[in-house]
Design a protein around this ligand. Sequence first.
Ligand code: CA
Length: 507
Amino acid sequence: MQNLLLALLLCAACASTHAAQPQPNLVIMLVDDMGIMDTSVPFLTDEAGKPKRYPLNDYYRTPNMERLAARGIRFNNFCAMSVCSPTRISVMTGQNAARHRTTNWINPDRDNAGPQGPPDWNWHGLKSGDVTLPGLLRQVGYRTIHVGKGHFGPRAFGGANPANLGFDVNVAGASIGAPGSYYGMENYGAKNPKRAQAAVPGLEKYHGTDTFLSEALTLEANARVDEAVNAGKPFYLYFAHYAVHAPFNSDPRFADHYKTSGKPAPAQAFATLIEGMDKSLGDVLDHLDKLGVAENTLIFFLGDNGSDAPLGDQHAVACAAPLRGKKGSHYEGGMRVPFIAAWAKPNPSNPHQKRLPIAINAIQPQQAAIYDMFPTLLALTGKSNPANHVIDGSRLDRLLTGKPDPSRKERFLMHYPHSPHRTDYFTVWRDGDWKVIYHYFPTAVSENSHYQLYNLKSDPFEQKNLAPTQPAQLKRMMQGLIAQMTEQHAVYPVEKDGRTRVKPQLP
Ligand code: CA
């Protein structure tokens, strides 16, 4: 009897603890085609590690990113894949694109391998039953909410609908990678026969109004959060803006801010898309405050690939200046994205925040990547990764405190065995201060060589190719690249015969 009473008491204590400390809410806000320089928040630092502003930081207006950055930590060496779908599937699976094999953006209607792309790449993307972050979070009681861009699978396949991939709710997610239009008056593309295939679905109630797409998605995201909170459920909100992907439709709410900038019209429109996305972030933060759940809500804010700002040449120091290159490039401007992690309302005595402390107004210079969010969020919720699901990410807990993590290997593989795009058929391997770029089919872009080698510590803006002068370092880096590709079972481009694989060669 005594034992039974004790058990009942323990059980009651356990239940009340559970009631007092429900799972934390999780938000990933993923901005399409936003690079690390497309913001008024300075991410880069000077030699002393202090934030350093560049002209682009003074062009863009992102006051709500500034607000979020002040509440948490931002990473300035956070790497993504070079285009959309590979990054998105890495966020969902915790895997590198070389491993999940969706190495190119998904064309909704056909295989997008390119003329000599790998015949065995995963152009179907994610499918029903795949292990995904929302699928796992759902198993531990989360309401899983998808708002915005999906781009996880082609139109005729299961992955086109996020509801097949572990999400309880899907608003506006489909196979499309770019919106038909940002304008409600154009029904987000549905009114224009040339853009109707890319019309954003599920927003009919805003058709014929002047609700800009980023605004409509924000209203929907906040409404879905209300539903979860009213149902007493912790939520995982994956809010993937279509902004700031082309088409560069000017957002009239912000156009005046850029009129006298002297920048070309598309670059001004791009800046309005950034500012509208930023307003959305602010609206979400305000809404969490209003609902009283901000203390219990963790936010990861990031971009999905390097900048696509229409400000200059693909491989120049222009669109992401001072970084070289932009979206689709093998240079840092193509692979570095903004990443801010914060509790929506910092409170060190909050039990969730005690379990995952996040530094305030800090900058983390150590390298991390998009697939690291998967194990970090799972660990926070107590859900274990299925034993048969290999992941490439590692937990960010230590880095989030602002301290260095000596146990982490600062390595990143970016594999793009496709064409035609902006840089074709390449693999990048970063290891510590060094970076090697391997070109499968040399062209003028690669200085007609297979190899480019940079030391990012002494040459962060990739101006001096050391491949011709540092053969031993080049060989060591290529050995690392090949070993990593082998470990991840990567797919390779092929010769013109369409069959013979072309693998990276040592110098
Ligand atoms: Ca993108």
